[in-house]
Design a protein around this ligand. Structure first.
Ligand SMILES: [Zn+2]
Ligand SMILES: [Zn+2]
Length: 307
């Protein structure tokens, strides 16, 4: 082949790869109760009532496929209004008010109650697709006010199957993975989000890592980024109760468990889902500096990752 033809072919390949752009945006990092947290008398909550911080939002991720002009929201939080608006800002192609779909992890207030904003009293959405696991779906279908959203065709719920990929575009697959949690009303899943080049693991809520039927170390090695439950940093936040009795992996427990991972595997880990008491909400706190110097990352609103 002539040199200029080889060059033209290479340029074509480079362009087609670089045009394949899928990105993940962090839209919220807090535990269900958000901040300022109800009943919180700490200085930080009092100050937030006076001076709201747009970066203090309940845990949520945005997923954008620029090639196929589609976008998705993970979690319908109480902060959904501002999170949808932020997702739209990052999605210049978006014409509708809502994204192409919303993925739910479970029926705890921080993760699904934002759906109410899609109802007649607020947005009056038209058949927004909500992706949920079977128990979560039947919970929404059989309980008010959620079933009214379905009856009024504000939302339509599409069922997911554990560990079965849901293809969203030729660039993106999303795989739900069951995790142990307080499952009063629904099962709980995390998600693996598989982009054209990179994969993200998202587990905002889980009981102890040892209770999961998967090994978190192996799971982290198999992905490029992992956003994992960091509800509490240590037991000073829970009145120095026995760590083993609190159904979340404390950050200090996770850091111990994940400490022997290689430097590049540790860098994949972004702690997320912070209770208002967690010192990681303040990037300047001593625990935040400890987490960073141990080689881990702390999720922040506005972070963008190319997949
Ligand atoms: Zn939660
Ligand atoms: Zn939960």
């Amino acid at each position: 082949m002539k040199n200029h033809l080889v060059f033209a072919l290479m340029m074509f390949l480079v362009q087609s790869v670089s045009a394949q752009k899928v990105e993940l945006i962090v839209l919220g990092t807090l535990q269900d109760g958000g901040m300022p947290h109800i009943g919180c008398e700490q200085k930080v909550c009092r100050e937030l009532i006076q001076h709201p911080d747009p970066a203090k939002k309940v845990v949520s991720l945005g997923l954008i496929d620029h090639d196929y002009q589609k976008n998705y929201l993970f979690e319908a939080t109480p902060d959904i209004s501002s999170q949808l608006s932020l997702l739209k800002e990052y999605s210049p192609f978006q014409k509708d008010k809502i994204p192409n779909g919303i993925f739910l992890t479970h029926a705890h207030m921080g993760h699904y109650t934002g759906l109410l904003q899609l109802g007649k009293e607020a947005l009056d959405a038209k058949s927004e697709t909500v992706f949920a696991m079977p128990k979560m779906k039947s919970f929404l279908e059989s309980n008010q006010p959620w079933s009214m959203l379905i009856d009024q065709k504000n939302i339509q719920v599409e069922s997911l199957e554990n560990e079965t990929p849901k293809q969203l575009t030729p660039n993106i697959n999303v795989i739900p993975v069951l995790v142990p949690h307080r499952d009063e009303l629904s099962e709980t899943v995390g998600y693996k989000i598989v982009g054209p080049n990179k994969t993200v693991l998202f587990i905002p809520d889980i009981n102890k890592w040892s209770l999961w039927d998967k090994d978190i170390l192996t799971q982290i090695k198999a992905v490029d980024y992992a956003f994992i439950d960091a509800t509490f940093f240590d037991n000073s936040e829970v009145g120095y109760r026995d760590l083993s009795q609190i159904p979340h992996p404390f950050v200090i427990e996770s850091m111990d468990l994940l400490n022997n991972l290689s430097k590049s595997d540790k860098e994949k880990i972004y702690f997320i889902h912070f209770n208002h008491t967690n010192p990681l909400v303040d990037l300047q706190s001593l625990p935040s500096k400890k987490v960073k110097s141990a080689g881990f990352q702390i999720a922040r609103v506005g972070m963008q990752l190319e997949l």
